[in-house]
Design a protein around this ligand. Structure first.
Ligand code: UDP
Ligand code: MN
Length: 532
């Protein structure tokens, strides 16, 4: 579920709130609130309280406490998905594993109840909750008592906080179902969610993810997320939702109920046959607390002969948060970087060098990681290379390769082609950025043999009506730039031009394409930079 924009900050975890507020369960359902997945609106006064409590969970706990843990949700499936008939007698059984650390009582219980209410009894072997050493008092005896009353739900306690990897492994070791289904502790499943997952996971070579919809962090309204998405990652290895490649989109529109491949999974929600999970090495136990385990698992799956897919027929809502509310020992950056360093070292080959070269902070802790057992696993499983992964699983990727030029394209007038730091850039007019000579990624671009100028985040320089823009990389011919000596020409033969303002040295000035002239605003210097 990583949607990290800029720096991901660890939470204050309650900050100045009183002990009583932090440790009390205030669940008090209001009849009708949030039913049908509708938003809950608060009064002005409640909004103030909600804001004060926000840091506890990074979602609106006041709203969650008003919504019944049994609330109704609409059927979110498309008609094509509803038509599919499953033979329940021939589907494998599921163990649903939900790990949590200091989750809100109402949110956690709503996740559990939604699974109990909307899973066919014969398919649901058990639900295993794993408490990752929470310290909130409402999660002690009060939770024990609530869980005892529920059929087929058991609660395990992690004696020490390990993070989600350790907690999920604890749950997985106790699972008696055929298929492991992992969910975060702030999810709600909708009708028909389980059957498509089990149907596909039965095949023993795939990690299958549901289509993840949105539970609003403010109102807990259930809304559909964008129809065609898949998971990938940026140059800094931040998880990203992107539009799938054209071929996948085409197949998906031909047959919307068929699962489709994804380069990476978001991490929180997926199903996998238990035997496959263990055969491929479970999780990397060296990863602590949170982060990067989703990429590690996705690379391992693809490179070691399995697949990662999404089925849009299984619809599960998840609360996406902007901040992580937990305490991170040593800080969120340190934890995340260590996990990223492990994943990159084991799986990314030359691209690990790219990652470390341009993320010097992470490089400093590279050698501290002991990954010998994971490297051994990769060898024993005879896994394929990262080069294979990029060209076969994610051919639309925007990483440098040996066939792709990488470096700075600098205007004769000053300024480089790039995306301004701090902006995501998508759809924005392109302007020249400062040519950062250190390792800053902002003024670095990939220039592909077919003529695309790509930057991080999958943006390509595209000639718009008038100005050049940063757009999602696509098959559009407006994204093709042909290098003719020091000039970059569009397919119509126009030249990429920096519209220079006086005194600006080029930085911040717009890019456009114009009739080619003997004009130094159309002169570009190509400074190649080794990417590994
Ligand atoms: N989690 C955990 N221990 C931790 C951190 C997270 O058990 O130290 C759980 C958390 O309660 C949640 C799941 O792991 O159920 C995924 O974490 P989170 O939802 O914060 O990740 P996100 O969805 O924001 O990526
Ligand atoms: Mn989550």
């Amino acid at each position: 579920m990583r949607v990290i924009v800029g720096h991901y900050v660890g939470g204050t975890n309650g900050g100045n709130l009183s002990e009583d507020v932090i440790h009390k369960n205030n669940y008090a359902p209001v009849p009708g609130a949030g039913e049908g997945g509708r938003p809950v609106q608060l009064s002005q006064r409640e909004l103030i309280t909600a804001r004060e409590l926000y840091s506890l969970h990074s979602y609106n706990i006041l709203v969650s406490d008003k919504i019944s843990i049994n609330r109704s949700l609409p059927d979110m499936r498309s008609d094509r998905c509803k038509e599919v008939v499953f033979d329940l007698d021939n589907l494998p059984t599921a163990t649903v594993i939900i790990v949590f650390h200091n989750e809100a009582w109402s949110t956690l219980m709503r996740t559990v109840m939604s699974v109990l209410m909307r899973s066919p009894t014969q398919l649901l072997q058990q639900i295993i909750l794993v408490d990752d050493a929470s310290d909130r008092r409402y999660l002690f005896q009060e939770l024990d008592e609530a869980i005892e009353k529920l059929d087929r739900v058991q609660l395990l306690r992690n004696p020490e906080r390990t993070g989600l990897v350790g907690a999920r492994l604890l749950g997985a070791k106790k699972a008696t179902g055929d298929v492991l289904v992992f969910l975060d502790a702030h999810c709600e499943v909708t009708p028909g969610w389980l059957e498509p997952l089990l149907d596909r996971a039965g095949s023993d070579d795939v990690f299958i993810c549901p289509h993840i919809d949105l539970l609003s962090e403010d109102t807990l309204a259930y809304t559909k997320s964008i129809d065609a998405h898949w998971g990938a990652f940026s140059w800094r290895l931040h998880f990203r939702w992107l539009i799938p490649g054209g071929d996948v989109l085409r197949k998906k529109s031909e047959n919307p109920s068929k699962p489709y491949p994804t380069p990476a999974m978001a991490g929180g929600l997926f199903a996998v046959r238990k035997s496959l999970f263990w055969r491929l090495g479970g999780y990397d136990e060296g990863m602590t607390i949170w982060g990067a385990e989703n990429l590690e698992l996705s690379w391992r799956a693809w490179q070691c002969g399995a697949r990662v897919e999404i089925t849009s027929c299984s619809r599960v809502g998840h609360i996406f948060r902007r901040h992580s509310p937990y305490k991170y020992p040593g800080g969120v950056t340190k934890v995340l970087h260590a996990n990223l360093a492990r994943a990159a070292t084991v799986w990314m080959d030359e691209w690990a060098d790219f990652f470390f070269k341009f993320n010097p902070d992470v490089a400093t802790i590279r050698d501290q990681q002991t990954v010998a057992d994971r490297v051994e696993l990769r060898k024993n499983l005879k896994c394929k290379s990262f080069a294979w992964y990029l060209s076969n699983v994610w051919p639309q990727h925007f990483f440098p390769t040996d066939q792709r030029w990488f470096g700075r394209i600098k205007s004769e007038k000053g300024g480089c082609i790039g995306v301004n730091p701090g902006t995501l850039g998508l759809g924005s007019p392109a302007v020249a950025v400062e040519c950062i000579t250190q390792m800053g990624l902002e003024s670095l671009v990939v220039f592909t043999p077919e003529g695309k100028i790509m930057t991080d985040e999958g943006l390509c320089l595209q000639q718009g009506n008038g100005r050049a823009l940063w757009k999602s990389c696509s098959d559009s011919s407006k994204q093709i730039w042909i290098q003719k000596g020091p000039r970059l020409k569009t397919q119509e033969g126009l030249c990429l031009t920096l519209v220079v303002n006086k005194d600006s040295h080029g930085v911040g000035d717009p890019l456009t394409s114009k009739k080619c002239l003997t004009d130094d605003k159309q002169i570009w210097h190509f400074n190649r930079v080794p990417w590994r």
